[in-house]
Ligand binder design. Structure first.
Ligand SMILES: *[C@@H]1O[C@H](CO)[C@@H](O)[C@H](O)[C@H]1NC(C)=O
Ligand SMILES: *[C@@H]1O[C@H](CO)[C@@H](O)[C@H](O)[C@H]1NC(C)=O
Ligand SMILES: *[C@@H]1O[C@H](CO)[C@@H](O)[C@H](O)[C@H]1NC(C)=O
Ligand SMILES: *[C@@H]1O[C@H](CO)[C@@H](O)[C@H](O)[C@H]1NC(C)=O
Length: 403
């Protein structure tokens, strides 16, 4: 009898609703089924129009992980998460009400048997909008407040594959005793289904830390990239929030921090200055100069970024890590030692000439932004941040067309 029920669930559950969640034993709500709550509150259920207690941690704070279950975050390395539309499509199928529904011919299938628009709210690679992992340095999830979360890793091609790598920033400090509290966040493209928010909380722990500098207080992300859908063809790099940023809380009844409309949702990609991969600039010591963002504001200055174009002959092959292995040129050390008002872009424009090849067109930059690897992209943005402060405002803007 039970077997019969399970068999029928297999055919219904996975295809009934095409949404995605982060699955791991460290999560809150690991064993929540569509029967646990009076309504379907499985981890994959989308969050919209909910009260704060219903959406925060997906309403799963009363369903904590077992003692000792943590999602490890190795500093400077990737952490691989499993994202699926049903627990039965993950390695944890054994405790799924529908059993194992993994696709034998494609282990990366996020939602076996479903079309991508159902499964991922995605109609193709070009409509992927990215997802994010955020962390709070507090082991007590109940004490964590929305403004405590900092996004530390983003994957722009999320939720395309079940196994999804999240690069962990190299400078992540160790968690307090009892670990940290983390959460997965996702908002899909407006082109692929009604708008909604996703959040799954979990217990996490940073391993292999080599730095103890704390994270900076996270700020609200701002829309600053080129946005052709909304007729904004130019990016506004001065308008971006740099450094530590909060996740988006959006489209619920209470507790929202973003108020964009249904057709221009806040997303985890360049549109809001979330670079693909590790968010390496989220620490208290990441920047030496951080003006308030505004469309015409000066760009911030990273405290320790190297300038590969200025100091090394192999400037076209970016080093794997700009911040940690920085070898400051004299120009850099002067800049970081000066007071902020002395380091405005305009005053720096006469410093030593930039030896890096200027991209010939914004199209070249744009195509590079799509094809470069994570590290190269990050490096080029760091380099551009450094480089752009030496340029006239007009030229500066041309460097940022890739956004
Ligand atoms: C989830 O269910 C499985 C199987 O019943 C059990 O072994 C595990 O301890 C449960 N985990 C939690 C966090 O309740
Ligand atoms: C995003 O995840 C995919 C699938 O695991 C992986 O191939 C890709 O490298 C990840 N992106 C980044 C920036 O880590
Ligand atoms: C977190 O990781 C650190 C470094 O490996 C370890 O010392 C600590 O015991 C871990 N914390 C928990 C709660 O497991
Ligand atoms: C600047 O950011 C704000 C906040 O996200 C946004 O409303 C505004 O449209 C942005 N302006 C430009 C020019 O990008």
């Amino acid at each position: 009898m039970l077997a019969l029920i399970l068999t029928s669930l297999v055919t219904i559950v996975p295809f009934a609703a095409g949404h995605s969640a982060f699955f791991h034993p460290s999560m809150y709500g690991f064993n929540v089924t569509d029967q646990t709550f009076p309504f379907d509150n499985r981890p994959v259920a989308p969050l919209r129009d909910r009260t704060f207690t219903d959406w925060w941690f997906h309403g799963h704070l009363d369903f904590p992980p077992n003692e000792g279950d943590f999602f490890d975050l190795p500093a400077g390395q990737p952490a691989t998460a499993e994202i699926a539309c049903n627990k039965g499509a993950t390695s944890y199928f054994a405790s799924s009400e529908g059993g194992d529904i993994r696709n034998p011919s494609n282990p990366n299938d996020v939602c076996p048997g479903a079309s991508s628009s159902e499964a991922y709210h995605t109609i193709g690679l070009e409509t992927l909008t990215g997802c994010a992992l955020a962390i709070a340095y507090n082991s007590d999830a109940r004490a964590v407040k929305p403004e405590d979360f900092t996004v530390f890793s983003v994957n722009h091609t999320c939720v395309w594959t079940r196994f999804t790598d999240f690069q962990v920033p190299a400078n992540m400090p160790p968690c307090p005793e009892g670990g940290c509290t983390c959460a997965f966040f996702w908002i899909h493209s407006p082109k692929s289904g009604g708008e909604e928010n996703y959040m799954n909380g979990f217990k996490c722990n940073v391993t292999g830390s080599t730095s103890t500098a704390p994270l900076a207080t996270p700020k609200l992300p701002r829309r600053c990239g080129a946005d052709s859908e909304n007729n904004r063809l130019q990016s506004a790099p001065g308008n971006c929030t740099y450094g530590a940023k909060q996740p988006y809380y959006w489209f619920n009844k209470e507790g929202n921090n973003m108020f964009e409309g249904a057709f221009s949702p806040p997303v985890y990609n360049d549109l809001y200055n979330f670079l693909d991969g590790a968010q390496e600039d989220i620490f208290e010591n990441s920047y030496s100069f951080m003006p308030d963002p505004a469309p015409n504001a000066a760009l911030p200055i990273l405290a320790t970024a190297s300038e590969p174009g200025d100091s090394s002959p192999s400037s076209d092959s970016p080093s794997p890590d700009t911040t940690a292995t920085a070898t400051s040129s004299s120009e850099t050390s002067t800049a970081t030692a000066e007071t902020p008002s002395d380091t405005t872009p305009d005053q720096k424009q006469k410093s030593p000439t930039c030896k890096r090849k200027q991209p010939s067109s914004s199209a070249e930059l744009a195509s590079r932004s799509l094809t470069t690897s994570r590290g190269a992209l990050r490096n080029s943005i760091f380099a551009m941040t450094k480089r752009s402060r030496k340029l006239q405002p007009g030229k500066r803007a041309s460097l940022w067309h890739m956004f």
